[in-house]
Design a protein around this ligand. Structure first.
Ligand SMILES: [Zn+2]
Length: 302
């Protein structure tokens, strides 16, 4: 038996128009807060917010029909804190949760979205099922999406067009980005580490091409999944360009060593990318990025 909101969606999906009147969704009510705030909700431009907790970033899109959240982040307490701030500041119910990467630190918070429709790419769902093999069934159900898609999904929600796009393998093989054309803003989730070194355990060299597609969207503002945006959100296009260059430099350096016949360990010893040594994440991820890039270019990724 499907939950009521999903049945409503099943009927309404062909129209690409959602009416939630009959769905009786119950937003989490703003509770008197004894809890300290875990993160901070901040407006980017009218109708668009980030919730940032220790440089993990969730996106918040406000429409006349309610709120769309991009990524539930690391755990239930953090997700509840975000929802409490949405309830207090925006004062509209959350209707949709769009999840990009399947990683634990972006999906454990899904359990706090039982009253929303949860959406992700079909590879996101496959990888999340795989990740949760040892997770109790109830939590598994609570984290999985209600709806998946293949290439794109477009909502006309509360008078606003919201496009969910899969633009190829990047941080994972099932990422989603969320584009709101009328506001010229794109939520890139973990496709953008804002002035930080990429984490690439399940990433691909094609991340570069995915960022090219994102940069070609008719948009001015690119919201990251990690880091802190500048106070001028229009600086974020340059942040995407800078971040893309890290991946390009890694690819080119590794490719050069491969052309010389270097082994993976030899490449690791020579491709140090010293120009990025001061970026957050470099110490932990330089080896991951080099090894992953090497295997992807050699065609030996699983
Ligand atoms: Zn991730």
């Amino acid at each position: 038996m499907l939950p009521k909101p999903v049945m409503a969606l099943a009927f309404l999906l062909p129209l690409s128009v959602f009416f939630f009147a009959e769905a009786q969704l119950n937003p989490v009510s703003a509770q008197p807060s004894q809890n300290r705030q875990i993160g901070a909700l901040k407006q980017i431009i009218p109708g668009h917010y980030t919730y940032n907790s220790n440089n993990f970033v969730s996106g918040v899109i406000v429409t006349n029909d309610g709120v769309v959240v991009v990524d539930a982040l690391s755990n239930e307490a953090m997700a509840k804190d975000e929802r409490q701030q949405i309830a207090g500041i925006i004062q509209k119910p959350v209707r949709l949760l769009i999840s990009s990467s399947f990683h634990d630190n972006f999906t454990r918070g899904n359990v706090a979205y039982q009253d929303a429709i949860r959406i992700g790419h079909e590879n996101y769902k496959t990888d999340l099922i795989d990740l949760m093999k040892n997770v109790p069934v109830a939590e598994r159900q609570a984290r999985l999406p209600h709806l998946t898609y293949q290439d794109r999904m477009t909502f006309y929600f509360g008078g606003k067009e919201i496009q969910i796009l899969h633009i190829g393998r990047a941080h994972t093989r099932g990422d989603s980005i969320v584009f709101v054309p009328e506001d010229r803003i794109v939520y890139l989730s973990e496709l953008l580490f804002y002035d930080r070194f990429p984490w690439m355990e399940s990433g691909y060299v094609n991340w570069i091409q995915a960022l090219d597609i994102a940069l070609n969207l008719d948009a001015d503002i690119f919201v990251p999944g990690h880091g802190t945006m500048s106070d001028d959100p229009r600086q974020s296009r340059q942040a995407v360009v800078r971040f893309r260059q890290i991946l390009v430099d890694a690819r080119d350096a590794v490719q050069k060593e491969i052309a010389r016949g270097a082994t993976e360990d030899q490449v690791l010893a020579t491709v140090l990318l010293p120009q990025y040594k001061d970026l957050s994440g470099y110490q932990q991820q330089r080896e991951v990025v080099v090894r992953r890039t090497y295997r992807d270019l050699k065609g030996t990724l699983r």
